[in-house]
Design a protein around this ligand. Sequence first.
Ligand SMILES: [Zn+2]
Ligand SMILES: [Zn+2]
Length: 350
Amino acid sequence: MSHSMFSAPETHSVKQNQSAWIATAAGQPLTRTALDKPSLSTEEVEVAVEHCGLCYSDLAVLQNDWGNTRYPVILGHEVIGRVTALGANAKGVQLGQRVGIGWNASSCMHCRPCLSGNQHLCPQIELTVAEHRGGFASHIHAHWAWVIPLPDGLDAAEAGPLLCAGVTVFAPLIAHAKPSSRVGIIGIGGLGHLALQVAASVGCEITAFTSTESKFAEARALGAHHVVSSNNAQALEKQRGRLDLLISTVNVKLDWGALIATLAPQGRLHFLGPVSEPVPVAAAALILQQRSVAGSVTGAPVTMADMLLFAARNQIVSRNEHFPMRDANSAIARLASGKARYRIVLDADF
Ligand SMILES: [Zn+2]
Ligand SMILES: [Zn+2]
């Protein structure tokens, strides 16, 4: 286990006031800590953080739910900021440019997935949190390819969640939905509220599935044509055979058999939420209608760039609650309460 990212700088590094909100062990509150400026590698870009989203994945990293967290850890992987330094070989961005950094901070750039344009599937992917200094900091580093220019027309203060939640919903919708598609979105939360907006912008006929009746009107306002209670067996039965693409953003157990039955021939159930229990799938339900069950996580840098342009052009906006960075612990408590509508963004105040 390496803590080298927090160790003293090499002698040629210039000492500079950088600081971050750091957790030293699982579940511990974040404390503000001064850091030495790390040396910038030739392929890296340094970004001064202006805003950073807080996502359920940050909570999972804080609690070491996935077993890969290296403490001390700096959370935050929905970063908006300005480029403050460029490594000698950094390309594609300029000093002072406003940019975003999402779930991934670097990839090897020479493996088969990287050379195929699927850098997010690189076996050597370096995550922005867990294995790296994240965005709850005055500054962050990332490989230049993963530093995405923010297009004009996006509000920098609200754009952070697009870098994670936004690209996560955009990637399967843009790959698998046509304007004529009937699309279902399960869960109207941080991912779902963006998925509804993207599907509406593509022009799909949209059915939202939620267990929370108080969200029916919100789902319609975000673009849903129909809203169905996800735990009402009769309501699900009425959807049988309809949907070309059904995207699940939840992490709770649902009646997956009934949901697969809502798929049209060649329909696809696509998981974005990590359901903790295995999903039982009857092979016959797939075979006879040529249906599929799949999943994905985030997207490649080009998909992130396309998503930001698509969001700017179509006025897709993450609905965020804001906290100053010094209130990061309150923001974490708010997220954990499940009451945030729909995402949380921390505004840097170092
Ligand atoms: Zn995230
Ligand atoms: Zn690679």
